[in-house]
Design a protein around this ligand. Structure first.
Ligand SMILES: Cc1cc2nc3c(=O)[nH]c(=O)nc-3n(C[C@H](O)[C@H](O)[C@H](O)COP(=O)(O)OP(=O)(O)OC[C@H]3O[C@@H](n4cnc5c(N)ncnc54)[C@H](O)[C@@H]3O)c2cc1C
Length: 382
């Protein structure tokens, strides 16, 4: 019983679950094996309103909140983490950054097509030399005539090969450190902007991860997103909110693996009885369910606080840290319950096991979450 959810929120969760089981589940194995991003699914997710949950109605979205966003991501991840990741990058990072920092013309121009899935978004912060230390960004944006000239290479961009709209961070004043980084909107088709190497990955294989490359890429002055020099700080706010989605993704992946293990434990017989009858297996299931519940509550608490307009930096990091590490543990136990069969590609737990590790890395590693949390503990009233 999740007493904290409204009737509408339960309905939304049910709708996304039905969609995930009907439209995604039958293809999970094929997309994973072919490492193929199902671009066509984005339109369907858009039609269902999943891509615009956080976008206000005046910009073509559903105008809902972070609890709804978390529920949707959770349900997608329960079936396929890759799709949840693609949606999180599109909506929680790209669209959200445009909504958070964009001018009215930028919001009107980009958000309706992103919210309805007519266009796919990506968000390029990470670089070869700037991962956890995003302040080390080297991609350069220089003022030219009435616009900007961008040069540099971004790595690890989710949806990077397919996105129509890319929000990218670049240095506009190298002498100002964190205050010299700005954000830009770059559209596919702009001369000098292209996708680079598509990464081959351990998991999340159906989610596209690629370089985005800027070579003398000229964009209009209007494509500066937010104030010049505020890009780094705006990114921190975007990431605070994005971490709710990664926490939700972790809960969803754990839930999918747990359900598979619960079912398997009741079917698999050894020593003349179902393995679920052994206390050793029951304790695992009990710990898994308890840990998932704790992570879900932390995630929903951060989401509800965000919806109430409260600061969430610490809470979002706690939710992301706990939920992602919980998910790695729970999926590991789910595989263990499957014994040797969990090691085979015939069972879904093998894929959950490969996918889940991303949760402790993307949008700030566990170590970085601990830094963020500790900073709050040491430097603010708690
Ligand atoms: C599948 C996938 C999708 C991604 N999608 C996107 C995306 O859409 N957009 C985007 O911009 N990026 C994306 N990323 C990048 C991701 O955010 C980075 O990988 C992550 O922030 C870590 O950066 P790094 O890989 O360079 O690791 P590094 O920063 O090099 O870290 C290496 C290790 O050192 C640790 N470390 C670093 N600094 C400290 C410190 N101060 N204290 C303690 N430990 C520390 C880290 O925790 C880690 O364990 C994606 C990554 C993956 C794998």
């Amino acid at each position: 019983m999740e007493f904290e959810l409204t009737e509408e929120q339960r309905e939304l969760r049910h709708t996304v679950r039905e969609f995930a089981e009907g439209e995604i589940l039958p293809h999970v194995k094929e997309w994973d094996e072919q490492a193929g991003f199902p671009r066509e699914l984005i339109g369907k997710l858009g039609s269902l309103g999943i891509l615009g949950i956080l976008v206000p109605e005046k910009y073509g979205g559903a105008g809902l909140g972070y609890v709804e966003q978390a529920l949707a991501i959770q349900e997608l991840a329960r079936v396929d983490g890759s799709i949840a990741l693609a949606v999180a990058a599109h909506s929680s990072l790209c669209s959200n950054h445009i909504f958070q920092s964009g001018t009215e013309p930028q919001r009107t121009r980009y958000l309706p097509e992103l919210a309805t899935g007519k266009k796919l978004g990506c968000w390029s912060l990470t670089e070869p030399e700037a991962g956890s230390d995003a302040g080390g960004t080297r991609t350069r944006a220089e003022r030219r005539d009435d616009g900007w000239l961008i040069n540099g290479t971004k790595t690890f961009t989710t949806n990077g090969s397919y996105a129509d709209v890319c929000v990218a961070m670049a240095v506009t004043n190298p002498s100002l450190g964190h205050h010299g980084i700005s954000a830009f909107i770059v559209e596919r088709g702009t001369a000098g902007f292209r996708s680079g190497r598509k990464e081959r990955k351990l998991g999340m294989c159906a989610s596209d991860t690629a370089e985005t490359i800027f070579e003398d890429c000229r964009i209009p002055a209007d494509n500066l997103l937010g104030e010049e020099g505020r890009g780094f700080f705006d990114c921190l706010h975007v990431l605070d909110k994005g971490r709710i989605s990664i926490a939700a993704m972790s809960v969803g992946i754990a839930q999918g693996a747990y359900e598979a293990a619960l079912q398997y434990a009741q079917q698999r017989r050894q020593f003349g009885r179902a393995i679920a009858e052994f206390e050793g297996i029951q304790w695992k299931l009990a710990d898994m369910a308890t840990e998932m519940e704790a992570a879900r509550l932390l995630t929903h608490q951060a989401a509800r606080m965000k919806d109430a307009g409260l600061p969430i930096t610490k809470e979002a990091s706690m939710a992301k840290l706990f939920a992602s590490e919980m998910a790695v543990r729970v999926v590991g136990e789910a595989l263990q319950i499957h014994g040797g069969y969990g090691f085979l590609k015939d069972y879904p737990v093998e894929k959950f096991y490969r996918d889940v590790k991303l949760c402790t890395i993307g949008e700030g590693t566990s170590e970085i979450q601990r830094l963020v949390i500790a900073r709050h503990l040491l430097h603010s009233d708690v």
